[in-house]
Design a protein around this ligand. Structure first.
Ligand SMILES: Nc1ncnc2c1ncn2[C@@H]1O[C@H](COP(=O)(O)OP(=O)(O)OP(=O)(O)O)[C@@H](O)[C@H]1O
Ligand SMILES: [Mg+2]
Length: 267
């Protein structure tokens, strides 16, 4: 990644503690990061390491216990509804379970139409239809076949692609993709990853890709952050982190992936 890209979102000692006393969990522990415009970042760690909690704090869906986030060079403010609406226009997420992200009582055409409304666009019926069709074809779905269906009538993989279609329509500045390929087979997985890369290339989107699969992270990202028990234990360019891992935990994650392990041994 070129060095002259601007920092878009930055965290300083970001911390999230759940519960009290003996039941206390520090899910995210004094995390620092700086994500740039058009950068693809992977956050990699085992189950329970705090990845989704961190994603929700970046989204502004969970309030930090301490620490802070800067957005576009200024402290992020989400106090008023207007501030939140502005921020969520710029930052969108795809979460692990696509079904939890939608109103299941709305048909697919309404879910797509809502994206047009959220942007405040005033379009004719024909233009709306054309936009929805274009977004579906971007993710290899047929709008005509889906428009009248409810989310539960779609497969997990179709729903994940539909989420990417919504991102395509809203073109946010930042996309947080939390295990977006968890419900699809290997072939659809690479298609989804390629769609995400295309979104970045066409819109200069910053993509924060969350996964426990270090191989996927190597494939898609410019920069990798390794997370263990709430801490970022290592970060750097994907090549540097994967080919010359410094932290014991990163080395262990990589040794669990035979192919990367070979590349690592050869390096
Ligand atoms: N709302 C909550 N209340 C209490 N504890 C929570 C809550 N959400 C997460 N945790 C705890 O915080 C820790 C981190 O959870 P998180 O969901 O962020 O992990 P993760 O890295 O996303 O895991 P996975 O790969 O399984 O999705 C876990 O110990 C979890 O039990
Ligand atoms: Mg998670």
């Amino acid at each position: 990644m070129s060095e002259d890209r601007k920092v878009l979102i930055k965290a300083d000692q970001l911390t999230k503690v759940f519960g009290y006393g003996a039941g206390k969990t520090t899910a995210v522990n004094h995390v620092d990061f700086a994500f740039h415009e058009g950068e693809i970042i992977s956050i990699v760690g085992e189950s329970g390491s705090g990845k989704t909690t961190l994603a929700k704090m970046i989204m502004g869906l969970l309030k930090e216990s301490s620490g802070s986030i800067e957005y576009k060079g200024a402290p992020r403010k989400l106090g008023s509804q207007r501030q939140r609406r502005e921020y969520w226009k710029d930052i969108q997420a795809i979460f692990q379970d696509p079904f939890s992200s939608f109103n299941i009582f709305h048909k697919i055409d309404k879910l797509l139409l809502d994206c047009i409304k959220l942007q405040g666009l005033k379009l004719s019926k024909e233009e709306q239809f054309r936009k929805m069709k274009e977004a579906c074809s971007f993710v290899n779905l047929k709008f005509e076949e889906l428009s009248n269906k409810y989310p539960f009538e779609l497969s997990g993989g179709q729903m994940q692609r539909l989420m990417i279609a919504r991102i395509f329509m809203m073109h946010p500045k930042v996309l947080i993709a939390d295990e977006p390929t968890s419900m699809v087979d290997a072939c659809s997985r690479s298609t989804i990853l390629d769609m995400l890369l295309k979104l970045r290339d066409e819109n200069n989107m910053t993509i924060i890709f969350i996964t426990h699969d270090v191989g996927l992270a190597y494939y898609v990202s410019d920069t990798i952050y390794i997370m263990e028990k709430g801490h970022i234990v290592e970060s750097g360019s994907a090549e540097r982190v994967i080919l010359t891992p410094r932290h014991r935990y990163t080395q262990q994650l990589i040794s669990d992936v035979p192919k990367i392990h070979e590349a690592w041994e050869l390096a």
